[in-house]
Design a binder for this molecule. Structure first.
Ligand SMILES: C=C(O[C@@H]1C=C(C(=O)O)C=C[C@H]1O)C(=O)O
Length: 363
């Protein structure tokens, strides 16, 4: 093939010149972030450098200003990594997540904090809480709800006994694949490993394509992928990260029953996050067990026109109140309208705990 060498050469020179500019600008940006860190260290010795509300604002601004040809999410992902690297210059963020390595929760942690964060797998949701409480890590990442399967009760229950705050949320589109190793006899798959949630999210597909296969529930998708490595008649249902980690091939892609299948994760930490401009708040409320209690609880939300995005009921574990409600709504506790509503809810409820106000997920 003959290339139009003159124009190609000119374009490459132009790209080199632009790269020089990008390099210089990223370095200048990193130096600015270092100065910010020095100011923070002076005013708040031992404090955290990471500021969720500011990062959300930076990403939203980039998405607003972007006019292509890259799409806004792609551009924000690039800036996400620049910020992650700038922050790591001072102090890489340490994040515990529900492991093992290769789970969707790890993918969520990296999507939120960027690749420069140090991510540490934990064996259970309450271990993630404990690591953050003990100060061994700065933040934790736990799944909280799936669009197909609903709420993850373990996470809600962990909040009842914890003083940690929610500092952010991240929503991940979940794509499941049927994975096999190079030794798997593809025509002889008689067993499928996966996490119970993933089986539930792919039920119709498995019924249609592998009705005879034994379905073996395991503790995580990554564990399913690991088991398949050594069994010639088995397959796993898991995502991209697990496939890559264990070098598995996709026998079938995107087998989730609903194309919009997504999971919401929460970032937990010790910080009260200031207003970012587009925030959410999560509460846990105990009501007295009497007629009209739920109506009394919801009425102030309605009157102050506060948009509730989720309401979950869980049995109370203290035994004093029968049920507690987990509520998510749009708005920040420092906004006057929200503060007024919260005061009223406190008067009506037996107990109210604000789990946190935090930036609505950007990416
Ligand atoms: C630079 C700052 O510190 C950190 C780095 C940020 C960045 O690179 O833009 C943003 C927020 C903080 O996590 C800041 O607070 O402005």
């Amino acid at each position: 093939m003959t290339e139009p060498s003159v124009s190609l050469e000119a374009l490459r020179q132009r790209i080199d010149a632009l790269d020089n500019d990008i390099l210089r600008l990223i370095s200048e940006r990193a130096a600015c972030a270092q100065e910010v860190a020095a100011i923070k260290a002076e005013h708040e010795p031992g404090g955290v450098f990471y500021r969720p509300e500011r990062e959300a604002q930076v990403l939203r601004r980039v998405m607003e200003l972007n006019h292509g040809p890259l799409d806004s999410e792609e551009m924000a992902r690039l800036f996400r990594e620049i910020m992650s690297a700038c922050l790591a210059l001072e102090q890489p963020v340490k994040v515990a997540y529900l492991g093992p390595e290769g789970t969707f929760t790890q993918q969520a942690a990296l999507k939120h904090f960027g690749e420069s964060a140090i991510s540490l797998p934990m064996a259970a949701i309450d271990e993630v809480f404990r690591e953050v409480e003990a100060g061994a890590v700065n933040y934790g990442v736990v799944p909280v709800e799936n669009s197909t399967e609903g709420v993850i009760n373990h996470t809600l229950d962990s909040f009842m006994d914890s003083s940690l705050r929610i500092c952010g949320e991240v929503v991940l589109r979940i794509h499941h694949h049927l994975l096999v190793s190079e030794t798997t006899r593809r025509d002889k798959v008689s067993r499928i490993y996966s996490h119970p949630q993933s089986f539930a999210q792919c039920r119709k597909w498995i019924d249609a394509h592998f009705p005879q296969a034994e379905r073996v529930p395991v503790s995580s998708n990554a564990e399913a992928a690991r088991l398949v490595k050594t069994e010639w008649h088995s397959a796993a249902i898991a995502g991209d990260m697990a496939a890559k980690l264990y070098g598995l091939a996709r026998l079938a892609e995107k087998i989730e029953d609903r194309p919009d299948n997504s999971t919401r994760f929460l970032i937990i930490g010790n910080q009260d996050v200031p207003v970012s401009g587009e925030d959410k708040t999560s509460l846990v409320v105990a009501m007295r067990n009497q007629p009209g209690a739920l109506h009394d609880l919801l009425e102030p939300f309605h009157r102050h026109q506060i948009d509730m995005t989720r309401l979950e009921t869980r049995p109370s574990r203290s035994g004093v109140w029968n049920y507690v409600f987990f509520i998510d709504f749009k708005g920040h506790r420092d906004e006057p309208r929200v503060a007024a509503m919260l005061e009223e809810v406190k008067l009506r409820a037996a107990d109210v705990k604000v789990l946190g106000s935090y930036p609505a997920g950007v990416l």
